[in-house]
Design a protein around this ligand. Sequence first.
Ligand code: SF4
Ligand code: SF4
Length: 193
Amino acid sequence: MLKRKMIKNFTWPLKIASREIEFTRLYPEFMMELPDAERGIHELDATTCIGCGSCARVCPNNCIEMVHFKFGNPLKNKKMLFPQIDYGRCMFCGLCVDDCPVECLKMGKNVIMAGWNREDIVKGPDFLATKRFSAKEVADLEAEAKRIAAEKAAAKKAAAKEGATAGEKKPAKEGNAAGKKKAEAKPEEGGAS
Ligand code: SF4
Ligand code: SF4
């Protein structure tokens, strides 16, 4: 068995060289089982992320940038901003995970992140999100967010109108009361003279 593997290791490069193609052989050939505490590429639940940016603020290497992503929840994440992580700088400390107030960010088990360019190791929410809404679900949530915003605006307008009417009524009442007092005081003055 060992002999066969050794022969394969010698013959493989010769085969590839003769074909004149660029080829990277996966080594080890089978991914080993990673321990529970392994910290790999982050996993983001875009359905619960509120876009607070705590993860970006706490990151000691400043490798998180908040970027737009359209498959989150517009009711919870009004600006639809989600973390994008630069794995060229990430040291997998997990502070961003610890600081997330809604526990929607966790360290995953995927450790394969090689790429041809520098940009290949900057992973946006589209890559990180293991949970996301569909376009239809987002459209429904957006409609709900608009309805709630319209209701709030109408209530605010009504409250402002009510406040203005109450303000107008008050001075009129006060004016009437002052007039009444004056009228009551006048005969007394006249009577004294
Ligand atoms: S694991 Fe640490 S270094 Fe990496 S993004 Fe999170 S806080 Fe930053
Ligand atoms: S992942 Fe967590 S900490 Fe980061 S923006 Fe979303 S809710 Fe906030």
